[in-house]
Design a protein around this ligand. Structure first.
Ligand SMILES: [Zn+2]
Length: 460
């Protein structure tokens, strides 16, 4: 297709999948393997005597597989973990009657999805005491051994998830997943400060290197990446990927791996929304990945490497290997890998052009346009500020005038009122005078009338 020429990044669905062809999502951080195959390989390398077989059968990741996996990984390590969490290397079942176990399970059965507070309430209730003390014991052990190598800590946490999930093996898969999400949140919220960006690994240096790398690529434009971008409207509507940029930056503030993953999902959903607004056709996987690269370059998310490693090491396996969150996380890993090895041809630039940009000798015309837009906006803002100041001055003057006028009206009113009172007094006085003269007249008329009557009587 002719459009393909513009696209800097192309990735097929197959490329996103595990190199062992197990059907799960792979990740550049695990050399293209899924977390399961990667972990199995790492364990095989770490404990060569154990019988490790990759079991990539293409089925969905399930917690019920843990039982099977446990049977394969019969070894010293598992027994150590059991001793650590269950008090003895033997399975926990004999210590709890099937009746009390059924009661505990019943309480968890009615748990609403996503109700973490409800989960804590059940966990802290007396019937669930055994499970709660296991969590507490595990957390205390992890804190006490917080200087263990981070990979060891990751193994311990993953083993804990497995042993915890086993307890609910009679539950449907979806329900176990929900419960395990609560367990992950509970455990990792507390362990975060001990295991995030751990001293035993080079996460911090890698974070800094990635941050520097992203900063050195600040000249890359959406056009170079082939991102569908509303170029002309940029000054009016702003960056359509801003919500996605904000979401990926928020990742660092979360403590539970699933909450960090939720930020990645939120970011990705915002990318799809932005793409659907700027494109009439539905967004494809290439558009999505290019846009994600753009978002990561713009956001330069704090401690990105550490955050991703933390999710890989301490997240629930199923949330990374499949489903929406797995797909988005794999794409984010691809975006970071792309940024790390980004060169001229990937951006349709010659090596000389790429070098020129990296050395700051060149600036893309789109960048110039944006700088122009920025300076135009700044001028406009200055102008608006001046007008605002004038308006404020005018308002002050008007206010003073208004107050003066009100005072004048008040004094005129006072004057009028006093004049009115005077006039009223005068009128009353005149009225009284008038009334008294009228009375005198009436009296004299009466006298006259009386006199007339007397005359008439005498006249008859
Ligand atoms: Zn795999």
């Amino acid at each position: 297709m002719w459009m393909d020429k513009q696209r800097g990044i192309r990735v097929s669905q197959e490329e996103l999948l595990c190199k062992n062809a197990c059907g799960y999502y792979g990740n550049p951080a695990w050399q293209g393997l899924c977390s399961k195959c990667w972990r199995e390989r790492a364990r095989a390398a770490g404990t060569p005597r154990e019988e490790i077989r990759p079991r990539c059968d293409g089925t969905l990741p399930t917690f019920s597989k843990f039982e099977e996996k446990k049977n394969i990984e019969k070894g010293r390590r598992i027994n150590t973990v059991r001793r650590l969490f269950w008090g003895s290397p033997s399975p926990p079942k004999p210590q709890e009657s099937s009746e009390s176990r059924a009661n505990v399970l019943k309480a968890y059965e009615n748990l609403e999805p996503g109700d973490f507070t409800g989960f804590l309430k059940i966990l802290r209730s007396p019937p669930s005491q055994r499970l709660q003390s296991r969590c507490t014991a595990f957390l205390n052990t992890m804190e006490a051994y917080h200087d263990l190598p981070v990979q060891k800590q990751s193994d311990l946490v993953q083993d804990f998830y497995q042993s915890f999930a086993e307890y609910f093996s009679s539950f449907p898969e979806a329900q176990v997943t929900q419960i395990m999400e609560h367990v992950e949140k509970l455990i990792m919220t507390r362990l975060h400060k001990w295991v995030f960006c751990h001293d035993s690994c080079d996460d911090e240096q890698k974070d800094l290197a990635l941050q520097r790398r992203i900063r050195s690529l600040n000249w890359v434009t959406p056009q170079m990446l082939g991102v569908p971008f509303p170029d002309e409207k940029v000054s009016v509507t702003g960056d359509p990927f801003l919500p996605a940029i904000t979401a990926i930056i928020e990742m660092d503030a979360k403590r539970a791996p699933q909450d960090k993953l939720a930020c990645v999902s939120k970011c990705s959903q915002h990318v799809f929304e932005a793409l659907s607004r700027s494109n009439s056709e539905p967004a494809n996987a290439d558009d999505f990945l290019s846009s994600l690269v753009y978002v990561v370059l713009k956001a330069n998310p704090p401690r990105l490497h550490s955050n991703m490693q933390y999710v890989i090491r301490f997240g629930l396996p199923h949330s990374l290997m499949a489903g929406e969150s797995g797909y988005y996380f794999t794409n984010l890993s691809c975006a970071v890998a792309f940024i790390e090895k980004l060169d001229g041809p990937a951006l349709s630039l010659s090596p000389e052009e790429f070098e020129g940009y990296m050395l700051g000798q060149r600036t893309p015309c789109a960048l110039n346009r944006r700088q122009q837009v920025i300076s135009d906006t700044q001028n406009l803002l200055e102008d608006l500020k001046g007008r605002q100041e004038k308006l404020d001055q005018g308002m002050d003057a008007l206010n003073a005038q208004l107050q003066k006028w009100v005072q004048e009206v008040h004094s005129q009113l006072d004057e009028t009122r006093s004049q009115f009172v005077l006039a009223q007094k005068e009128i009353t006085a005149q009225k009284e005078v008038l009334l008294s003269t009228q009375d005198n007249k009436e009296e004299s008329v009466l006298v006259l009338e009386d006199q007339d009557g007397g005359l008439r009587e005498t006249g008859c």
